[in-house]
Ligand binder design. Structure first.
Ligand SMILES: Cc1cc2nc3c(=O)[nH]c(=O)nc-3n(C[C@H](O)[C@H](O)[C@H](O)COP(=O)(O)O)c2cc1C
Length: 215
């Protein structure tokens, strides 16, 4: 059977990037990525995604505001230790071998600073987008991340900043009738950072699949 190896390779090679080079990303390149991502599937082809792209000083101001709002620097030793234990015993334990800083500062503090990436994207959808709207967002985001990867750019999808919903809404000037759904950091990966080079693991197909109507 023939298939597009380039697509398989992009899917297998993409990984979350957590150390970015400071180089700015040209607007044209981001537009090109969005131009690919819009071909993602959506319920009844409603294409409910809306994207707000932030860079420059505004992005730097948001990093600070998120760190402050989340009180990243005020966490107690006990809280930091609890996070360390949680990560050490979970599927992201590999990351502990790749960073010198305490994991709280790197992973959670880093997420709030969107890992100093030059660009942040907020994907939202209109509240009246219909019940299928939320399901279309991950399809769009995944397609976007693959399109970015194919162009030598790195991304990481970030849940932690979304915990500071008001700060995010305000900074991105989100219209009242839209739901914030996904926060993505975008930039050029630091090709030497060990944390960018390590590979996260996956379950085997027979560990997550069940078959009906097959021998
Ligand atoms: C909904 C969602 C939220 C995530 N939130 C964070 C986050 O806040 N910080 C972070 O460093 N990575 C975050 N990630 C990235 C995951 O940790 C990553 O996708 C997973 O460990 C698999 O690694 P890979 O993307 O390198 O294949 C998030 C991913 C998803 C899909």
């Amino acid at each position: 059977m023939t298939h597009s190896r380039a697509i398989d390779d992009a899917i297998r090679e993409r990984r979350s990037i957590r150390v970015f080079r400071p180089d700015p990303v040209p607007r044209g390149l981001i537009e090109e990525i969005l131009d690919v991502a819009r071909w993602a599937p959506s319920g009844s082809n409603t294409q409910p995604w809306r994207v707000t792209v932030m860079g420059g000083e505004q992005a730097d101001a948001l990093r600070q505001r998120l760190e402050e709002a989340a009180g990243v620097r005020n966490w107690t030793e006990a809280q930091r230790e609890a996070q360390h234990k949680r990560i050490a015993s979970g599927p992201m334990a590999w990351i502990l071998d790749c960073v010198d800083e305490p994991i709280w500062d790197f992973l959670i503090g880093g997420s709030m600073r969107f890992f100093d990436a030059p660009v942040a994207l907020l994907v939202s959808y209109p509240g009246k987008g219909g019940s299928w709207a939320p399901a279309a967002i991950p399809a769009f985001v995944t397609t976007l991340m693959l399109a970015a990867h194919a162009r030598g750019l790195g991304t990481v999808w970030l849940g932690w900043p979304m915990g500071q919903g008001d700060t995010v809404r305000e900074a991105f000037a989100l219209p009242d009738d839209e739901q914030a759904s996904a926060f993505i950091a975008l930039g050029y990966p630091d090709p030497e950072a060990p944390v960018n080079l390590a590979r996260s693991t996956r379950y085997e197909v027979d560990e997550f699949s069940r078959w009906i109507g097959w021998e």
